[in-house]
Design a binder for this molecule. Structure first.
Ligand code: SDX
Length: 427
């Protein structure tokens, strides 16, 4: 008998098994609690709840650790590629040279969109937010691939996963092109996954597009940093949608919708808008005070995290990438100095220190993406593009779990108890 957690409730004592993972907090297995006690646990926001078992990504928020299948994010960002990390997340191991070439070939052969799907963009206003377009177009993929929506078939699951990973850059680039009134480019499979995306985004039919190696590497690294992140809000959304048996395209569309929120993936767009609003470093103290004021809804966007109570290791890599991109593009954005100063002031302010609020992955990403040429409205689209591999890997892990069942939380009901209907003339 392993360790047990004891609970006394309703005049009775109960023992619940304590389960151990390979690393990280143990969990108390309370699956029988309601049946035995007639009570639910209560954990809005799931701050103390493990929703599933997973072998994909491990985060230690106190130590600032992020591992993908055991490999530290810093090592992957430095040495790997987004395609290699995608293979790692989907298949569990870093690929051999042959496996990587086969994976890249497979992905590159799914980069085109059905010609009818390209017509969907025409239905949007030109000023539609690209995330609105992503929600619509990705959800619509389920109308095109009836040949691979049997989620019980591992082959169908894998081809759907490959299609989603492969088509996100094409869909994202097309959303940008539509917003600026330029023609959508077809993929060029002679380019890398990330180079292909940059060309589809910034290239025009009138001339050759030259992929700048430093920008391609920085963009690829940004994709790696956003690939997966344990059971965050959008991944939990994908898992819950998938638990009903919904097709993978609909599940990923649900994840995109959740990611859009400014408290989650929308924070990169909000963080750059915040830096623009602050403007120069002399305005920082005023905004720091606003962020600390409970009566002011203003928060420092790009700061704080549900799990990281130490530095977000992705922010560290992101900060060093800013200088690489600035040097490669010979740009110098004063907002970077404002961001550095804001970080320095905030990290020395007792409020942020006590609440353990550090820059997260979204704090610096906007500065880099802006320097590369993306409008702020595209920032969360890029987050969704990269997170798609994490979403599909988590979805595959859930569907292939023999113990998987539909997610259906309960509640603490505080509404009116039963009462009789009152006819209209009696009210
Ligand atoms: C992502 O989960 C993931 O893994 C997400 C993500 C991923 O890769 O999937 O890492 C990506 O979403 C990163 C987070 C991006 N969001 C932002 O940068 C938005 C600003 N941050 C906050 O909204 C907030 O920090 C959250 C939403 C990120 C975390 O929220 P929590 O865990 O619910 O923390 P909280 O809101 O309860 O904050 C704790 C305290 C509160 O004060 P008290 O109620 O205790 O007095 O800190 C304060 C908050 O008011 N606080 C902030 C703050 N963030 C939290 N105060 C000022 N500025 C902030 N940014």
């Amino acid at each position: 008998m392993g360790d047990q957690a004891k609970l006394s409730a309703g005049g009775a004592d109960y023992d619940y098994p304590i389960l151990k993972g390979s690393v990280g907090p143990d969990v108390i297995d309370i699956r029988k609690l309601y049946g035995q006690t007639g009570m639910f646990t209560f954990d809005p926001g799931f701050t103390s709840t493990a929703s599933c078992e997973s072998a994909l990504t491990y985060i230690d928020g106190d130590e600032g650790v992020l591992l993908h299948r055991g490999y530290p994010i810093g090592q992957l960002a430095e040495n790997s590629s987004f395609m290699e990390v995608s293979h790692l997340l989907l298949n569990g191991e870093l690929p051999t040279k042959d496996e990587l070439e086969k994976f890249e070939y497979t992905i590159s052969r799914h980069t085109m969109l059905h010609e009818q799907l390209r017509q969907f963009y025409q239905g949007f206003r030109r000023d539609a937010h690209p995330m609105a377009i992503m929600c619509g177009v990705v959800g619509a993929l389920s109308a095109f691939y009836h040949d691979s929506t049997d989620i019980a078939d591992p082959e169908h699951r894998m081809i759907s996963s490959h299609r989603l990973i492969a088509k996100m850059p094409t869909i994202a680039a097309a959303a940008y092109k539509y917003s600026v009134g330029q023609p959508m480019l077809y993929p060029d499979n002679n380019l890398s996954y990330t180079g292909n995306f940059l060309r589809m985004t910034f290239g025009v039919p009138a001339e050759e597009y030259e992929v700048i190696p430093e920008v391609e590497k920085a963009m690829d690294r940004i994709f790696i940093l956003h690939a997966d992140h344990e059971q965050n809000a959008s991944t939990s959304t994908v898992r819950l949608a998938g638990s009903s048996g919904a097709n993978p395209f609909a599940c990923i569309a649900a994840g995109i919708a959740c990611l859009w929120g400014p408290a989650h993936g929308g924070a990169n767009e909000a963080a750059l808008n915040m830096l623009k609003e602050i403007g120069t470093p002399d305005k920082i103290p005023h905004y720091i005070e606003r962020a600390k004021d409970k009566n002011d809804p203003f928060r420092l966007m790009g700061f704080g995290h549900r799990v990281y109570k130490n530095y977000d290791p992705r922010a560290t890599v992101m900060q060093s990438t800013v200088r690489e991109v600035f040097d490669a593009l010979k740009v110098d954005d004063p907002l970077f100095e404002t961001a550095l100063r804001l970080e320095e002031i905030a990290l020395n302010d007792p409020y942020f220190v006590e609440k353990k609020l550090f820059p997260n992955v979204d704090f610096y990403s906007g500065i880099i993406l802006s320097a590369i040429g993306f409008p702020t409205t595209m920032f969360t689209v890029l987050f969704a593009l990269a997170r798609t591999v994490g979403w599909v890997a988590q979805w595959n892990e859930m569907i292939s779990d023999p113990g998987q069942k539909i997610g259906r939380p309960r509640q603490l009901y505080t509404g009116p108890t039963q009462r009789d209907y009152v006819p209209l003339d009696k009210r």
